[in-house]
Write a protein that binds this ligand. Sequence first.
Ligand code: GDP
Length: 444
Amino acid sequence: MAFEGLAERLQSTIKKITGKGKVSEQDVKEMTREIRLALLEADVNFKVVKDLIKRIKERAVGQEVMESLTPGQQVIKVVKEELTELMGGEQSKIAVSDRPPTVIMMVGLQGAGKTTTTGKLANLLRKKHNRSPLLVACDVYRPAAIKQLETLGGQLDMPVFSMGTEAKPVDIAKKAIEKAKEEHRDYVLIDTAGRLHVDTELMGELDEIKAAVKPDEIFLVVDAMTGQDAVNVAESFNDQLDVTGVVLTKLDGDTRGGAALSIRAVTGKAIKFAGMGEKLDQLEPFHPERMASRILGMGDVLTLIEKAQASVDEKQAKALEEKMRNASFTFDDFLEQMGQVKQMGPLDDLLAMIPGANKMKGLKNVQIDDKQLVHVEAIIKSMTKKERQDPSIMNASRKKRIAKGSGTSVSQVNRLLKQFDEMKKMMKQMTNMQKGKKGKGFKL
Ligand code: GDP
């Protein structure tokens, strides 16, 4: 997987700080030092790293973190937000022209994956957005390139416009747009020529096409595997052509990730799509936030934390923690906590945000039934105040009454009582374990 080394290093770094009840400036210093090294090792641009670390440091020792109930987690939130911002923040969309066809010019070095990406993009536009694109072969220097696009068009059952190797690329592009208008096609994807290196002749040609067809988008295709070279290439193309977005290919490979993390900061242009394989359906919109999440190995736990923060009152949480500590947790507390969990949304959705949950064998086919919670709630509500405080008074006739009152069965009541009992035992054990460790906070 891409980013493997970086992900591993960052994850082991943040693990050290996540559970901390207190975060000192020294902790932040150590963490940012490790993050800096990890990013440099992943081939992220030096200046980009420096700026990023500065921002993380400033925010991590600031009020929002230090005064929160969970400083460790807040620090991670800052790291994730900064990584997301680095890659472009909000995911950007593809242009749609008011006067169709929308023209997209694909540019990039030879071998970056330009022709393949042109096919993938056409596929995506048709499949997801119901568009009908025309593919245009403007690489007149390599007959094989025209053939390659025609083959892709054949696979996709999509028309490819070409005029052989004799015509001028700018003329081919202009004619293609006329044809697309005639045939009411709404997108024109122009596959341009590539070279092994950036050269002025090529740039001149691309500039000429740009001036003639006034594209709505110019997508620069770069190979993520080439690291800092990809960033340099992106800078040159952007200086010359003012591209509108970047497509990063081969992110399925063993890339260190430097390109993905530097391109936006260096060129100011967002990565719009990522190539995740050679097949025509392996092009994905690039979501900076999800990518940051993935790099930090956190699934979408931050959404989970945010949801929890939104539904849990900090004072209540502290009181609850205290009760757990001295094992005076009752069915009333249980009910209250259930209410808070319910506010966070359906359990299935919550489970999906837990990192690794999809990989756990046992959890894969589990359907979590929110109705069960309703039963639990009904059972507790059918108990008397005394029973909720002290379940040990429960006898056969009380259980029967509760089952009847809640529309459940005695065995369901028994199951809940048993679960509650086990939960209390577990809390006790954990509290004892915590006591063994010197003065650390209790983690819920
Ligand atoms: P062009 O010269 O820029 O047009 O590059 P091509 O489209 O011919 O692609 C060069 C090679 O990279 C081909 O073998 C493609 O199959 C491969 N390729 C393109 N995109 C991806 C990708 O996202 N992942 C992987 N693994 N290979 C890709």
